[in-house]
Design a protein around this ligand. Structure first.
Ligand SMILES: O=C(O)CCC(=O)C(=O)O
Length: 249
């Protein structure tokens, strides 16, 4: 299946289609850059289907996914809480729960081979260039990690990750099916964000219809202006859901 077919087949309702945010082609192609920057400016989000090299994806999947699966098993065995000893065993510096059954894991950025592999993927896929072109000044990776949702785990309510000048890259190493929890983004919600939480528009489930829903395809990152409202549906499947996140500023 081609990238475009696999993305199209993953559209599930909503007023807008994820297809409208898709950009095929490599970052070196001028029309790809132009379209990506246009979408980020106007919609606050875009999905890039060909910026991650397939061999790099494969290599990083092999380096990172088995560890994420083993962490997920420990989360289930240990009631979703990892002891300091277990965190050390996996090279984690932090593992805060972000929902019932959803945990953000932060690998040691100096010592952990998993963090090294994630950084390599970002570097070889030119994430820094992409973000810097959008923001209009040199940006660097501020933080990276993974989000693990065990079977039956919660998603996330509507939220923004940050302020003007920040960008989040969300990506999976394997396909994430709809029942594992789609990512929702509200196009254009980066505009008019006041960034003082209490003054910002609070979104609820009633706003789900305004969103574009994305079932992550392996190696096809969703790039979002950190002010763009996004949410995650529950993982109602029997499978663990893992995604990688990168924050640039
Ligand atoms: O799990 C996801 O798909 C996205 C996670 C997210 O939105 C976040 O960590 O802010």
């Amino acid at each position: 299946m081609s990238d475009s077919e696999s993305l199209e087949s993953d559209v599930s309702g909503g007023a807008r289609l994820v297809e409208e945010l898709r950009v095929s082609g490599e970052w070196d192609e001028p029309e790809v850059r132009t379209r990506c920057l246009e979408l980020l400016e106007r919609e606050g989000a875009c999905v890039l289907t060909q910026v991650v090299d397939k061999r790099v994806l494969e290599e990083v999947r092999e380096a990172v996914e088995p560890t994420l699966q083993r962490i997920a098993e420990r989360l289930e065995e240990d009631g979703q809480n990892l002891s300091e000893e277990v965190k050390n065993e996996f090279g984690l510096v932090r593992a805060p729960p972000v929902g019932d059954g959803k945990t953000n894991v932060h690998f040691d950025e100096y010592e952990s081979p998993e963090h090294g592999a994630m950084e390599r993927l970002a570097r070889q896929s030119r994430f820094e260039d992409i973000v810097s072109s959008y923001i209009g000044r040199p940006c660097t990776l501020y933080e990276a990690g993974a989000s693990i949702t065990t079977p039956g785990g919660e998603g996330m309510e509507w939220h923004r990750d940050g302020t003007e000048g920040e960008v989040t890259v969300l990506m999976s190493l394997s396909n994430v099916e709809a029942d594992q929890g789609q990512l929702g983004v509200i196009p254009r919600s980066h505009k008019g964000a006041k960034l003082e939480k209490l003054k910002d528009e609070e979104l609820t489930a009633a706003d789900d219809d305004k969103a574009v829903w994305y079932s992550y395809r392996a190696g096809c990152p969703m790039i979002i202006d950190a002010r763009t409202q996004h949410s995650v549906r529950d993982n109602v499947s029997q499978d663990t859901r893992c995604i990688l996140w990168y924050i640039y500023n």
